[in-house]
Design a protein around this ligand. Structure first.
Ligand SMILES: Nc1ncnc2c1ncn2[C@@H]1O[C@H](COP(=O)(O)OP(=O)(O)OP(=O)(O)O)[C@@H](O)[C@H]1O
Ligand SMILES: [Mg+2]
Length: 314
């Protein structure tokens, strides 16, 4: 991952506040509640309308390293795409191509070198805690709080009124079949259970958009499949726009409405694959010819890119 994460909830992450005017990289920081609110307001004051897509990405490129530095590393190149409201999209590309970088730019955690991102029609100039929730691969539950308390904290950071929190925590845990574990501490749960909680917490926040960076990567294949089915089922109830990064072709096909396939670094948009299948997806979709055809098509699109990524890294 590009930077170390010490985030204490899906609302807390390394951030610019807002991005420094001189264009430097964001400082790693944990924002307090008040700062998160200020950021939300400053983003809304800078608002400029840009269509009705949930997320619009216009000419976004990103290089790491200082200007004039020979070692400057181009990670993203001229990305243009739109993500519709209530859509589930996957970002798929070889390791190191720039998927997390793009996700962090969408979420306002990183500033693009060129181009602009619009979220709900507003130009992104920093984190948008009221619009966007994150779910990361790493376990971001606070070890000294119970599962229910962890959920409360996330809602508190988002400014959800105190009286609404208990019911929302209850509903969020029930939605993922974890009600009986409300009083458990994170160390008493399996990795899969913790990710189930993290997923539920991300979806329970009042944001329209959830960005998920390989949330199931640390899980075994069987748990992944079950959580994927759960997530597909939850989509019906939540009406969220979800951007999901994965390396798994099967996961991408099973979950997505559209899959954005990227080249090896610097990532350029290579192809968009549409999965025309209603949610919630049924387990037998995974054994259908349609599913296999789509997965094979993704593999065909990615094969050369994976080879190129391997060449870049030797
Ligand atoms: N903060 C940073 N400073 C310097 N280089 C970075 C930074 N963040 C990412 N990179 C580089 O940019 C490239 C893209 O990284 P990124 O993490 O976005 O890739 P990815 O597609 O998410 O990879 P993976 O699939 O392995 O998670 C990589 O070469 C990475 O080393
Ligand atoms: Mg990544």
């Amino acid at each position: 991952m590009p930077t170390q994460r010490t985030a204490v909830s899906s609302q807390l992450a390394e951030v610019a506040d807002p991005w420094p005017a001189h264009g430097g990289e964001p400082e790693t920081a944990i924002l307090c509640v008040e700062e998160l609110r200020k950021n939300a307001l400053s983003n809304s004051r800078d608002a400029s309308r840009a269509g009705d897509a949930a997320i619009g990405i216009r000419g976004v490129s990103k290089s790491f390293g200082d200007d004039g530095d020979d070692g400057r590393l181009p990670a993203l190149q001229a990305i243009d795409l739109e993500i519709r409201r209530n859509e589930f999209v996957c970002l798929l590309g070889p390791s190191g191509c720039g998927k997390s970088t793009l996700l962090n730019i969408i979420g306002g955690l990183l500033k693009p070198s060129t181009g602009e991102v619009f979220v709900n029609g507003r130009r992104v100039v920093g984190p948008l805690p009221r619009d966007i929730a994150f779910v990361f691969q790493e376990d971001t539950l606070l070890p000294w709080y119970t599962i229910a308390q962890n959920m409360h904290v996330a809602l508190e950071f988002q400014g959800v009124p105190r009286e609404e929190r208990p019911e929302r925590v209850r509903a969020a845990l029930e939605a993922v079949g974890m009600s009986e574990f409300a009083r458990y501490y994170p160390h008493q749960l399996s990795v899969g259970m913790k990710q189930r909680i993290a997923m539920s917490r991300g979806l329970s926040l009042q944001t329209d958009i959830v960005l998920m960076d390989e949330p199931f990567a640390a899980l075994d294949e069987q748990t992944r499949m079950v959580l994927g089915e759960d997530l597909s089922g939850l989509l019906e109830q939540t009406h969220k726009t979800i951007v999901f990064v994965t390396h798994s072709l099967a996961e991408a096909v099973f979950l997505s409405d559209r899959i954005f396939v990227f080249t090896a670094r610097p990532a350029r948009l290579k192809s968009i694959v549409t999965v025309d299948e209603p949610h919630p997806r049924r387990p037998d979709f995974m054994t259908s010819d349609k599913f296999n055809g789509l997965r094979n098509r993704l593999y065909g699109l990615l094969r050369e890119e994976i080879r190129e990524a391997v060449r870049q890294n030797v």
